[in-house]
Ligand binder design. Structure first.
Ligand SMILES: C[S@@+](CC[C@H](N)C(=O)[O-])C[C@H]1O[C@@H](n2cnc3c(N)ncnc32)[C@H](O)[C@@H]1O
Length: 319
């Protein structure tokens, strides 16, 4: 396994546009076992509510799927992704279903199934390489969270890291309904009962959850694909309780001026078309740093299994 990482301060100094908010919370040392440098993580006083199943969680508008009266995901959807349309902005209090249908227009069933099945089968080596980092991130949340929302949950590769948290309830949000059966199977495999796991078809830009309703939001390889990164981050902040955690692993643009960044610029349009809207050149860590979290800890890693989809930033932002 080839992994490299840089610590937070050197990473920020090489990314001068990023401002790290000083933490007022107690820091604990966390060393990524597979990394070369320690990553300082911060404890939080995430408030824990009474234990409830996911059915008891506050769901905005009660809608979890697009309705049958909406046009099925059709050919225009594929064209829409491939031709990179500019979508209008939307208000934060819009109906999640309306936003889903507008910014993630229906794709044909075969396309969604193909992508879901590809994600299920093709990520094994990547997941093995990133496992050490994910384990460390999720270990730091153990015992501090009851309710987790995972945005862009896909086939559910992260469930195994937190399924055994005591009394955990999980919402998984994804616009691709074909991910549901894979996510449900992953939940079952790691011992999450259907009463403690709920899949919801929605987008991160309009989460179907109430304000301050979850202790943690998880998102891995998602902000590369959302239509509006800043809107998604504002939604993450909205649904997090004060003191809550946003755990992320995202691939970002390589450093400006490098050969890798040049290659990413060439491949970006193709990547968006073949990988369901995934962008190679986003500076997602900057978006996270500027989203207004109370504090942020982030580590940069290069993964040998991810080829030109590098580097990755992984960390925790604190509400
Ligand atoms: C590369 S996959 C990652 C899936 C999973 N998080 C993982 O780590 O394997 C990107 C996921 O983001 C979902 N996605 C795309 N646009 C989204 C949006 N606007 N909001 C939430 N999820 C989105 C896709 O359907 C897909 O499941």
């Amino acid at each position: 396994m080839t992994l490299s990482s840089s610590n937070l301060s050197s990473w920020f100094s090489s990314n001068p546009t990023i401002k790290q908010t000083p933490s007022t919370k107690k820091a604990v040392n966390l060393t990524f076992k597979t990394g070369r440098s320690p990553c300082s993580l911060v404890t939080s006083n995430a408030s824990k509510g009474s234990k409830k199943s996911v059915q008891d969680l506050p769901v905005k508008n009660g809608s979890s799927r697009y309705c049958l009266c909406c046009p099925r995901r059709h050919f225009l959807g594929v064209l829409g992704t491939g031709l990179l349309p500019v979508f209008p902005s939307f208000a934060s209090d819009e109906d999640p279903m309306a936003v889903l249908n507008r910014i993630h227009p229906p794709r044909p069933d075969w396309y969604e199934e193909f992508y879901a099945s590809a994600m299920e089968k093709a990520m094994t080596s990547y997941e093995a390489e990133i496992a050490g980092y994910k384990s460390q991130l999720f270990a730091s949340l153990r015992g501090k969270v009851d309710k987790i929302l995972e945005i862009g949950i896909g086939t559910g590769p992260n469930l195994k890291y937190y399924a055994d948290y005591p009394g955990i309830n999980v919402f998984g949000v994804d616009p691709n309904g074909k991910m549901e059966k894979y996510a449900l199977a992953a939940a079952q495999n790691v011992g999450l009962s259907p009463s403690n796991f709920k899949f919801m078809q929605a987008v991160a830009e309009a989460l179907p959850l109430d304000d301050a309703s979850v202790d943690a939001v998880v998102g891995t390889l998602v902000l590369c694909s959302v239509k509006d990164v800043d809107k998604a981050l504002q939604e993450v902040k909205r649904v997090l309780k004060p003191g809550g955690f946003y755990v992320f692993v995202e691939h970002v643009a390589a450093k400006d001026g490098t050969i890798l960044r040049f290659v990413q610029g060439i491949l970006d349009p193709l990547q968006q078309t073949v990988a369901d809207g995934c962008h190679l050149t986003r500076k997602t860590a900057t978006n996270i740093a500027e989203a207004g979290f109370a504090s942020l800890d982030v580590n940069e890693v290069v993964l040998s299994t991810a080829s030109f989809v590098n580097p990755h930033v992984c960390g925790i932002a604190y509400r």
